[in-house]
Design a protein around this ligand. Structure first.
Ligand SMILES: [Zn+2]
Length: 84
């Protein structure tokens, strides 16, 4: 049986995903959406199901950035395609 070992992987910086910030007009707060995959390939607007109960239309482009390891977020998706 081959070992499922990935050489060198341990020393690479870890990937904590991306964060897209958006304003919730209903509650007047800034929310964070975590995305696992780099959202830059498609910057068309997304429909985010906000914790406030409403769905907000969010523009992607200017607000994406790397997520820090301990940075909190309000909701999470693997890909922005889930919100289109
Ligand atoms: Zn909201």
């Amino acid at each position: 049986m081959p070992q499922p070992r990935r050489a060198g992987k341990r020393n690479e910086p870890q990937d904590f995903g991306w964060v897209i910030s958006f304003g919730c007009k209903t509650t007047g707060t800034l929310r964070r959406l975590k995305v696992d995959t780099d959202p830059s390939s498609d910057t068309s607007p997304i429909e985010v199901p906000c914790p406030c109960g409403e769905t907000h239309r969010v523009t992607v482009s200017p607000y994406r950035r790397r997520r820090a390891a301990d940075e909190p977020f309000d909701l999470e998706v693997k890909s922005l395609d889930e919100l289109r």
